[in-house]
Design a protein around this ligand. Sequence first.
Ligand SMILES: Nc1nc2c(ncn2[C@@H]2O[C@H](COP(=O)(O)OP(=O)(O)OP(=O)(O)O)[C@@H](O)[C@H]2O)c(=O)[nH]1
Length: 378
Amino acid sequence: MTPAADTRIPVNLITGFLGSGKTTLLNYWVQQPELADCAVLINEFGSVGLDHQLVKKIDEQVMVLDSGCICCSVQGSLASALQELFMKALRREIKPFRRLLIETTGLADPAPVLFTLRQDDFIAQRYRFDGTLTVVDAEHIGGQLARQYEAVKQVALADQLLISKQDRVDADTLAALQARLAQLNPAAPQHLVDHGQLAPAVLDQMGPYDQERSKNVRQLLAWLRSEAQQLGLAIPLRPVASGNAPIGAQSTPVSAHSDITSFSLRLGQPIAAARLLAAVEAIQAHFGDSLLRLKGIVQLAGESQPLVIHGVHGQLYPLTTLGDWPEGKAETRLVFIVRAAVREPLEALFRDVLAAPEPSLEERLYAMFNPAEQGTDQ
Ligand SMILES: Nc1nc2c(ncn2[C@@H]2O[C@H](COP(=O)(O)OP(=O)(O)OP(=O)(O)O)[C@@H](O)[C@H]2O)c(=O)[nH]1
């Protein structure tokens, strides 16, 4: 079939490690007129989905798949979600869409998702895979490539590499990163993305998806495995996919990312800004690299608007405002993605610092003039 005669809906995967900037890019894209007729499917790691609340244009075109990570436990749910979207558009329950963007979890392996798109007959007849865009965090990717096999695979399987957070690194670091990415994936063009801003025209440079290249995926994966073994990276075991669980159904969380876990906190009372920052600083200081990601919606004392908090490893980003409270409910909802080994002590420390009484003025002055004594009590 020639590309022009192919009327199937193009599907793009937007992948990239935890906190790399996928939702920020999607937020920009869903507001661009060129992408007015696209649908978005967001998959999240963890029990509490937040990303779909953070994509500004929340309407029926944005669908969340939160029953697990699509690369491991919920390939059946992915197939159901794709079917449901298609049937809803057919019944005019949602606007017909001409492109589908799937945001994977930050830990996803793109390969099984590609497999689902090709193997399910219903889907293969209605959707065509149109390539993977991998968002790469200029500041953190070096450490992620060294420690996480998922990050290496996301880069290696990309059709286009989108480098975010260039503002956080110097020119030499950026040049070294670009050379490293070219070494890992010489075929993928690289684009710089500034706070999510990238012209959606990159999507036109994708297709037609190179069938020859996709045949080489197996070869590429075999090469990656041997590279990873040499580098001493843990290769996640791939579990058997569970059946056709409906979207949002509670399925037993089977995950290939077994050394990583998530937990969430909901707090009904407003939090003092100083307490929240102290709690975040404490877990960042004590658990460093084991804290992969923190994100959430926060109800700060004295603030009527919801605020969005983002942390990636030891980095905390400036708080931003969100228009409305999700589901009209004012409460703090925080999601942590951490190495399983530290989950309990990290959660306990966070709760303890959050619940601690406000320091007195004397204590604050003392801490200010004796900074060396800070953080040495653990
Ligand atoms: N300085 C800077 N910050 C950025 C840039 N792009 C994204 N961010 C920030 O990085 C943080 C994480 O961005 P997200 O878009 O939520 O990342 P994500 O990949 O969707 O995260 P997960 O879904 O948890 O994997 C947010 O605070 C963003 O504002 C950028 O180009 N520069």
